[in-house]
Design a protein around this ligand. Structure first.
Ligand code: ADP
Length: 295
């Protein structure tokens, strides 16, 4: 199947600083993809490139198999919700809907109105007078009413309280189940995304470290504990993400695959939180094709 987003050696720089570099990815269609990385990692840059809001400095990018260009038909397939939800504060929700309808050929006005009323979002109130959670819900309804094939959300939950976070994610998941679109959502907190996403991309210091099906990543990564001397007996080509030594004991997070380990090692599964944390703590680690070991 043609990937929803496919990039090869994609890079973007601002003057001499690379915000994103060497990004080679194939993100499958129909998935809910978590883009996770610390602040400044390059998440917004990647999303802006995919939305056509930024031009690459190098490399190529294809959306549903086609180079991204600014033809209305190409852009109509993509909805992008920026980090700071930019709803015009003096416009009412009803006026924002009118804008959406006039600007977007595939606009589903009935769906948007029905959804806003089910969420009890008032249509006659200026967006600036809504709570942060309500604004995020309105912005998401507007992004979804475009009926995109690809929905890009940059930190949609940042600055929302736990109830608003839950409501926004519930609206998103219900809409994904209805429409079967591809969603990429970024966060610097994995726990926001753990229940909703089925594909993980981690990005660190402008480089993509991991891109994979979450179940497969969890099935292939293991936490090993054993005596520190046993570190030398690890298979030489074993992809080690991180290792720590505490006194006489060593802990290793590794992508095991078909590698066989000496019986001195106790092997445990890892949670998604642990896996993401280990990668993010080791910017040089990567589970992509190419050099994988950091030892
Ligand atoms: P994230 O979304 O993961 O927080 P960004 O993609 O916003 O990261 O930023 C990646 C890097 O690019 C950071 O070092 C940031 O300072 C830099 N950067 C982003 N936008 C600009 C810009 N407009 N001008 C200069 N540097 C920028």
């Amino acid at each position: 199947m043609t990937p929803a987003i496919e990039s090869r050696d994609l890079g973007r720089r601002y003057r001499r600083t690379w915000a994103l570099r060497g990004c080679t990815l194939a993100l499958p269609e129909g998935r809910v993809i978590a883009l996770v990385g610390p602040n400044g990692a390059g998440k917004s840059t990647l999303l802006n490139l995919a939305a056509g809001l930024l031009q690459p400095s190098e490399g190529t990018l294809r959306i549903f198999g086609e180079p991204l260009d600014d033809r209305p038909a190409a852009l109509a397939r993509i909805s992008y919700m920026a980090q700071e939800t930019a709803l015009y504060p003096t416009f009412t929700v009803a006026e924002l809907l009118t804008f959406g309808r006039r600007l977007n050929p595939g606009w589903d006005d009935r769906w948007a109105r029905e959804r806003l009323s089910r969420l009890r979002l008032p249509s006659d109130v200026p967006a600036g007078r809504l709570s942060g959670g309500q604004r995020a819900q309105v912005a998401l309804v507007l992004a979804l009413a475009k009926r995109p094939r690809l929905l890009l959300l940059d930190e949609p939950l940042a600055s929302l309280d736990p109830v608003a976070r839950h409501d926004v994610m519930a609206l998103l998941m219900e809409s994904v189940a209805e429409a079967g679109m591809t969603v990429v959502l970024s966060s610097h907190i994995i726990s926001d995304l753990v229940d909703t996403c089925d594909w993980l991309v981690t990005i660190n210091q402008g480089r993509v470290q991991v891109s994979g099906d979450i179940d497969e990543l969890l099935a292939t990564h293991r936490l090993l504990t054993g005596p520190r001397e046993a570190l030398d007996s690890l298979p030489p080509r074993l992809p080690v993400v991180a290792h720590t030594v505490n006194g006489r004991q060593a802990s290793v997070l590794a992508r095991i695959g078909a590698h066989r380990l000496a019986p001195v090692w106790t092997v445990n599964e890892v949670s998604l939180d642990e896996l993401v944390l280990c990668y993010l703590r080791q910017p040089a680690s990567s589970a992509l094709p190419g050099p994988t070991s950091v030892r």
